[in-house]
Design a protein around this ligand. Structure first.
Ligand code: PLP
Length: 358
């Protein structure tokens, strides 16, 4: 029996192009005709060290990472960074931009290490916008922002320019668009959206920042240990790094982050246009801050939501149910999702409207 075509709009973990999945599957059986699985090759072997190096070089090339920054591969998910950052850099106070669920989690962890200043928050309107934080006086060690709010569906397009170190959680929009790495002192991202399988967290850090760490830290919490051991201090997440390398090769082939950004804009515009046109739906996020990666919307009549989920599922549309605290729908448009899948979803929304008015 033929496998039905599925259009996966899920928020993860790990939405990758089919061709990358196929290469990954083949490497699990027999990597590079070595007779060994990529899962059993020694992580200390020159072959695997060259995978780490190639992945780092691809990151550098695609994001134009300047030479005075290091690219590190850690574990523990982006959530570990919520505490690792203040552990290293919070001396008296950390400034945080409160834009949603994951920003809140970062704030919670920072409080274990010192004072936290919430410089601006969009909590008053259920995190449906990105608050302005340009004209605020900061007397903190750093500012922490979240570039894309995966659950609420907002994204920062104009990053604040501030006079203090800027740390950014880019877990859910890394590699979806160009970023000026120099605007940041530390960028981190769980791999599992646009990079590769869950298990690895990428850090891009300004080397000079690491010189400001003035304390001894447990090795696994110390960025310097990972930099000095080229991300091989302990057993690395081999599969996640390897598949990330395959995926970044795919991305380079697609015209890099500049190329994929154009496609991501088209996908997002197509879906938002239908949300705004269709009389049954409405978008949740402020138009100027609408995320290109995670689109949140609801039905004017919530009692129709279950029926629409089933209607769309008949066309192979899966993963569109909203996060439990938000409800409605959340449609994720990560790099690997083709424009055709968005067209299928939009047609389902249009046809459902037709059905209700027939
Ligand atoms: N930050 C953002 C923006 C996320 O989207 C996520 C997960 O989806 C996290 C942090 C948490 O990442 P992890 O599950 O890798 O700890």
């Amino acid at each position: 029996m033929e496998t039905p075509q599925v259009h996966n709009f899920g928020a993860g973990p790990c939405i990758l192009p089919k061709s990358v999945m196929e290469q990954a599957a083949s490497a699990v059986i027999n990597w590079n005709q070595s007779g060994l699985s990529i899962l059993e090759v020694s992580h200390r072997s020159p072959e695997f060290e060259s995978v780490v190096l190639k992945t780092q070089l691809l990151v550098r090339e695609l994001l134009k990472v300047p030479d005075d920054y290091s690219v590190l591969f850690l574990q523990g998910g982006a959530s570990t960074q919520f505490s690792m950052i203040p552990q290293s850099f919070l001396k008296t106070k950390g400034a945080y931009l409160d834009t949603g669920y994951f920003a809140q989690k970062a704030i919670k962890e920072a409080r274990f290490y010192g004072d936290v200043q919430i410089v601006a928050s969009s909590r008053d309107r259920d995190y449906t916008y990105v608050p302005d934080c340009d004209n605020i006086h900061y007397d903190a060690d750093y500012i922490h922002t979240t570039s894309n709010n995966t659950i609420e569906g907002t994204e920062i397009f104009n990053f604040p320019k501030l006079g203090i170190p800027h740390f950014c959680d880019m877990s859910s929009d890394i590699f979806s668009r160009p970023v000026n790495v120099r605007d940041f002192d530390l960028i981190y991202a769980g791999a599992q959206k646009n990079m590769g399988p869950a298990g690895m967290t990428m850090i891009i850090v300004r080397n000079a920042l690491l010189k400001t760490v003035d304390k001894t830290l447990p090795s696994m919490s110390d960025y310097r240990v990972f930099r000095d051991n080229n991300s091989l201090y302990n057993t690395p997440p081999v599969f996640s790094i390897y598949v990330s390398m395959l995926n970044l090769i795919w991305l380079k082939d697609k015209g890099g982050v500049e190329g994929v950004e154009q496609l991501n804009i088209r996908k997002a515009n197509t879906l938002y246009a239908e949300i705004d046109r269709n009389t049954l739906f409405y978008g949740l996020a402020n138009v100027a801050h609408r995320s290109r990666m995670n689109v949140t919307f609801k039905m004017k009549d919530p009692s129709l939501e279950r029926e629409f989920l089933d209607f769309a599922a008949e066309r192979g549309v899966v993963g569109i149910k909203g996060y439990r605290t938000v409800g409605g729908f959340r449609v994720s448009l990560y790099n690997a999702l083709p424009l055709n899948s968005v067209n299928i979803l939009v047609a389902a929304m249009r046809d459902f409207e037709g059905l209700k008015y027939s």
